[in-house]
Design a protein around this ligand. Structure first.
Ligand code: PAF
Length: 289
């Protein structure tokens, strides 16, 4: 596995691969890799000649007071894992390599970026869209793989590549869960033992809401309120629990067919997100294991 820290060497290597006619799958990450990332890599390997992974804890997607400085950085361990998984290239740039002091451009995917996570994490999705766009320009992948756990992020990246005609195929990969249902996330390592025991209730609550929707037991707003209360009662501080149209991410209407239930809640200082995406009428469930 090649480990590259500079844009110059990355660009030369990618150019060489392109000249050889090799296809590239790209998995952008912020490191602290877990099974969720490894699933993206494995699927990338099946679909392209070369797999590139980036590890970059992107400062512009953290708001003031968030966990940028404490975000788990485990580069040595990550790079061993990537070698074992036969990744071809690890791009591991510094912040100065990626962001020049003079940089003027920010990518902002309007509408989608201010909802849900974007409402409480102001500027977060501009940071995500900008770094993903920059990385796409550098790596020039044929396909890029993202986890469905970050459903809103995925929707924003899909909108960005469509709006800006970026020639990358986006592949979404279903969420990898612990045996008790908790979605894998680098931030799970922040949880105390007590919080870790409560954390799976987020997904359990999403599943209960899913069953209430498909059996048409209650209206969407009643389900949302009920589930927020359940989560707050067990110790979460709920940011949102929203039944949304799968594409617009706006509040779903009772007649909508394809919906996503999006949830974000804090346990102590740890913010957890999760979702379930499904079609109501043919019961095609995309995100359920
Ligand atoms: O999902 C993540 O890990 C990050 O938001 C991403 C896509 C690597 C951009 O920094």
């Amino acid at each position: 596995m090649q480990i590259i820290n500079t844009i110059k060497t990355l660009v030369t290597t990618i150019k060489h691969w392109k000249q050889l006619g090799l296809s590239i799958a790209f998995v952008p990450t912020m490191g602290n890799l877990h099974q969720g990332h490894l699933k993206l890599i494995t699927q990338g390997k099946d679909q392209a000649d070369k797999v590139v992974v980036s590890i970059f804890v992107n400062p512009t997607q953290f708001s003031l007071g968030e966990d940028f400085s404490s975000y788990p950085r485990t580069e040595q361990q990550d790079s061993e894992l990537l070698k074992i998984h036969n990744v071809d290239l690890l791009f591991l740039p510094s912040v100065n390599e990626i962001y020049k002091p003079k940089a003027r451009t920010i990518i902002s995917v309007t509408e989608l970026s201010n909802l849900h996570c974007g409402a409480s994490r102001v500027g977060h999705f501009n940071g995500v869209a900008t770094i993903v766009c920059k990385l796409f320009n550098l790596v020039q992948p044929d396909i890029a793989l993202f986890g469905e756990k970050d459903y809103q992020q995925l929707a924003i990246i899909r909108a960005m590549i469509e709006d800006l005609n970026i020639p990358v195929q986006i592949k979404s990969v279903s969420t990898v869960r612990e045996t008790d249902g908790l979605a894998m996330s680098s931030r799970n390592s922040y949880l105390t033992k007590e919080q870790r025991a409560i954390a799976p209730i987020l997904y359990q609550t999403l599943r209960q809401a899913y069953h209430q929707i498909i059996t048409k037991q209650l209206g969407f707003e009643q389900i949302e309120q009920q589930k927020q209360k359940v989560l707050n009662d067990v110790g979460f501080i709920v940011d949102y629990f929203s039944i949304c149209h799968a594409n617009t991410l706006l509040a779903a209407k009772q007649e909508d067919d394809e919906v996503v239930i999006l949830a974000a809640a804090k346990l102590g200082k740890t913010r957890l997100i999760d979702n379930i995406h499904f079609k109501i009428n043919n019961l095609k469930v995309d995100s359920l294991d």
